[in-house]
Design a protein around this ligand. Structure first.
Ligand code: TRP
Length: 431
């Protein structure tokens, strides 16, 4: 049927580093270029508020991350690239999901539990300094994913639990209100899921051991020179096992290059030489992107415009979907339905599009419900085919299509809830 949807976000709380690139940005961009794939990539700035209360840092990081993804080859024409906070349906959906998520499930979330454990170890109140935002983090993330019914979510291993929670939320909601959500799956790049940092632990801003993705060449060289190694002298055989240097190299090199590098280790390459080789290998991949990054960083308005266009695409999906979810949970216009669910279903089930020709020779369509009430009226089309295309567009995109078709529809059609209910009923009749 429709394309496979990938979706992923980066929290706008820092400067992208090589670990983000290898673990998230690069595989995401590669996936977005595959045919038959629909990709959603976004800047998780609501998530950033959980960790950061410095407005300027949030803004700076949002620009840096947007510029990094674009520089790494993300094509905003081809994918949906947006900023989370430009889509107000996401916090709205967060509330819906909050109401179907067990509190006990959230008690077990790793990020929250880690804070609690730290407090307990320090003899503090378990929830000392823990905000409700941190506690709710997985629900906001669930809303990010379910809003667009993503099938696959490329993330690091530390995020797998969150994807599983999103699956549970999808099931809980579907169980109560009918099949609305696709339960998502985590997509992990097995070979390069995590990159070690300067000190050998996972590269992460929280360990302060990162190499910024677009550090200028001299800085990149200096940082790589600081990667921790053992004290083996030049000429002594070196172990690739547990070597951060080797693992980072592997993440950038082909299988043949990696095998040759392993041979050099066995032959006793000097650490200084190994670091130069790593530097040149990374810079070969990064340098062209760095130029684009630097241009974007000095043209923030261009980035802003791309994000606005992306948000419009995202909302073309989110707005009608959210309208459907509101219907489903019972947040409905009081005038459109009888009190009992099934009676209403039967009534709207017979809604249908009628196509016809008028005396003016033009082709028209209208949408009427069972009782013959007019819900939507088109203006004249030159051919039946054009009228058919407009109908198909409405069937596919729902209310979002109405805006696009504005010049071709008569003013003053029925209220959005009634229209949406009629479209839903036709869709479920077809299914
Ligand atoms: N929590 C993710 C991280 O810190 C970022 C994120 C927010 C995300 N929402 C998401 C990732 C939805 C994937 C899907 O890395």
């Amino acid at each position: 049927m429709s394309a496979v949807r990938f979706l992923t976000g980066i929290t706008t709380s820092g400067t992208p580093h090589l670990g983000n690139y290898v673990g998230s940005i690069r595989p995401a961009v590669a996936a977005s270029l595959r045919p038959g794939v629909e990709s959603y990539y976004f800047l998780a700035d609501y998530h950033a508020l959980i960790k950061i209360d410095e407005p300027a840092r949030i803004q700076r990081s949002t620009l840096e991350i947007a510029a990094s993804w674009l520089a790494a080859g993300l094509d905003p024409e081809r994918v949906v690239f947006y900023r989370q906070s430009d889509v107000p349906e996401i916090p709205e959906l967060t509330w819906f999901l909050t109401c179907v998520t067990g509190k006990g499930v959230l008690n077990r979330a790793h990020a929250y539990k880690a804070s609690v454990d730290k407090n307990l170890a320090a003899d503090l109140d378990p929830d000392a300094e823990v905000t409700a935002g941190l506690f709710m983090y997985p629900v906001l993330m669930g809303a990010d994913i379910l809003m667009f019914n993503a099938h696959h979510v490329p993330v690091g291993r530390d995020q797998i639990q969150h994807i599983e929670m999103a699956r549970d939320m999808a099931h809980s909601f579907n169980h109560r209100y009918g099949e609305h959500f696709v339960p998502p799956l985590a997509a992990i790049e097995e070979s390069v899921a995590t990159l070690p940092g300067l000190d050998g632990r996972k590269m992460s801003k929280s360990y302060d051991n990162t190499i910024p993705l677009f550090a200028p060449r001299p800085e990149l060289k200096k940082l790589i020179a600081g990667i921790k190694t053992d004290s083996r002298a030049p000429g002594e055989a070196k172990s690739t096992e547990g070597s951060a240097l080797f693992q980072i190299y592997q993440a950038f090199a082909s299988a043949e290059e990696t095998a040759a590098f392993a041979q050099d280790f066995a032959n006793g390459i000097a650490w200084g030489e190994a670091k130069d080789r790593l530097f040149e290998r990374i810079d070969r991949e990064i340098a062209p992107m760095r130029a684009r990054y630097e241009w974007l960083m000095t043209h923030p308005q261009e980035v802003e415009a791309m994000l606005h266009a992306g948000a419009a695409k995202a909302r073309a999906v989110a707005t009608p979907f959210m309208a459907r979810l509101r219907q489903a949970v019972g947040l409905r216009s009081l005038g459109t339905t009888s009190a009992s669910g099934p009676a209403k279903a039967a009534k709207v089930a017979a809604a249908s599009f009628k196509q016809y020709r008028e005396k003016d020779g033009q082709f028209y369509f209208k949408l009427v419900d069972a009782k013959g009430t007019l819900l939507l009226q088109s203006l004249g089309f030159a051919s039946p085919k054009e009228a058919g295309v407009a109908i198909a567009q409405i069937k596919q995109d729902g209310l979002a299509a109405l805006d696009a078709l504005r010049g071709q529809l008569a003013e003053g059609h029925a209220n959005p809830d009634a229209l949406q209910a009629a479209l839903d009923s036709m869709a479920s009749e077809q299914a």
